[in-house]
Design a protein around this ligand. Structure first.
Ligand code: NAD
Ligand code: GLY
Length: 364
């Protein structure tokens, strides 16, 4: 097992990464406050991992909530099901919520913990690659709105993150690739050495080589923890973690939540951010080719959905948490590992880029 730390003063916490951690009650019990524990999971994950999770909680007053599965259920209505259960059980401020699942469960549970009785403790047990490398770390919680992805939420850090890499054995290949998108993101943002490692090791990751996966998860969590420690509430550098996300969120919102996976949308978004950077002369042709190559090698789509047009993209991109004073802000790159936040790009180039990519997608 490897343990990393997110250094946030009194809100610091460990991230445990390894195999068989779901059977180690000593990892979780020190982080449970009080006697009341609510495990939040979904109908897909419950039959796989709920029993083992409950076995860790012997002696506590434990309740479970099993939510419907899917990004389309990351809503205020679903969140309310968690509040219903907490209130029906008369759970108090000293309760602890446990998120057992992927990013959807983690984000909903985290937001429930942030707001139930103005804030209770929670623990992340991420079970997808995406959640193990990204969403379980850093304390962003929330739900979607029909008009914008993740628009309702709060910063609320977990007490600990327990990433049992064996849970990835039951994940399907499409979900594995979605997680790889966020891993590639760290290389592009500020870790060129990791990007090179990924170029060499993508086949091992796709074939689920345990050592390769463990290394990629650790390095991703390390990179993310550093950025979160530097800027917990995203007043600066943390925005870089949104590389590809402004395009990606537009795809998820524009095609209807759940049709494109979050990681797929981010993969396509990173490609468009790379192309826009290239068009401004900031990103070389070689860097662009390497970016396309690694996204494709991870079996992620490059082309945007044909059901959307450029105006729809731009409309939705105008509703983004990074935007200030009605200007779209994007994460762009001046090289692999050299990302920056910009509202100083050519809007005409952006529109043309969207139109070109959508037209190309329609031809194929
Ligand atoms: P997800 O939570 O929908 O999980 C993907 C699918 O895999 C679901 O059907 C789920 O039931 C299933 N699943 C989960 N674990 C499994 C396992 N071990 N075996 C088999 N099936 C399993 O999707 P995700 O990709 O984990 O997360 C995406 C969400 O995370 C998005 O809503 C995104 O906005 C959010 N996100 C949040 C942050 C953050 O910082 N909070 C960062 C990145 C993404
Ligand atoms: N996934 C973006 C962030 O955590 O800031």
């Amino acid at each position: 097992m490897k343990t990393l730390h997110v250094d946030l003063g009194t809100r610091s916490y460990p991230i445990h990464i390894g195999t068989g951690l779901l059977d180690d009650s000593e990892l979780i019990r020190p982080h449970i406050q009080g006697q009341e524990v609510m495990v939040v999971t979904n109908e897909t994950i419950a039959p796989l991992y709920l029993e083992r999770t409950l076995a860790l909680l012997d002696g506590y007053d434990v309740a479970t909530v099993i939510l419907p599965d899917g990004e389309q259920y990351k809503t205020l209505d679903t969140l309310n099901l968690v509040f219903d259960a907490l209130l029906e059980k008369h759970f108090t401020r000293r309760c602890t919520l446990i998120a057992l699942g992927g990013g959807v469960i983690g984000d909903i549970t985290g937001y429930a913990a942030a707001s139930y009785q103005r804030g209770v403790n929670f623990i992340q047990i991420p079970t997808t690659l995406l959640a193990q490398v990204d969403s379980s770390v850093g304390g962003k919680t929330g739900v979607n709105h029909a008009l914008g992805k993740n628009m309702i939420g709060a910063f609320h850090q977990p007490q600990c993150v327990i990433a049992d890499t064996e849970t990835l054995n039951t994940l399907d290949d499409r979900q594995l690739s979605a997680g790889l998108a966020e891993i590639i993101k760290y290389g592009l943002i500020n870790d060129a050495d990791f990007f090179e490692w990924l170029e060499q090791n993508m086949p091992s990751l796709l074939s689920r080589d345990p050592d390769a996966l463990a290394y990629a998860i650790e390095r991703s969590c390390h990179d993310k923890a550093e950025i979160v420690a530097a800027d917990e509430r995203e007043s600066g550098v943390r925005a870089l973690l949104n590389l590809g996300h402004t395009f990606g969120h537009a795809i998820e919102t524009g095609t209807g939540y759940g049709n494109w996976l979050h990681g797929e949308a981010v993969g396509c978004g990173m490609w468009m951010a790379a192309e826009l950077s290239h068009q401004h002369g900031w990103f070389t042709q070689t860097e662009l080719d390497r970016t396309r190559d690694i996204i494709e090698k991870a079996k992620l789509p490059i082309q945007p959905p044909t059901s959307m047009n450029s105006d729809q993209f731009l409309d939705i991109m105008a509703v983004d948490k990074k935007n200030l004073e009605k200007k779209i802000r994007l994460i762009l790159m001046k090289g692999i590992g050299k990302s920056f936040i910009s509202d100083d790009f050519d809007n005409t180039l952006l529109k043309e880029l969207l139109e070109k990519n959508i037209a190309q997608a329609k031809q194929e």
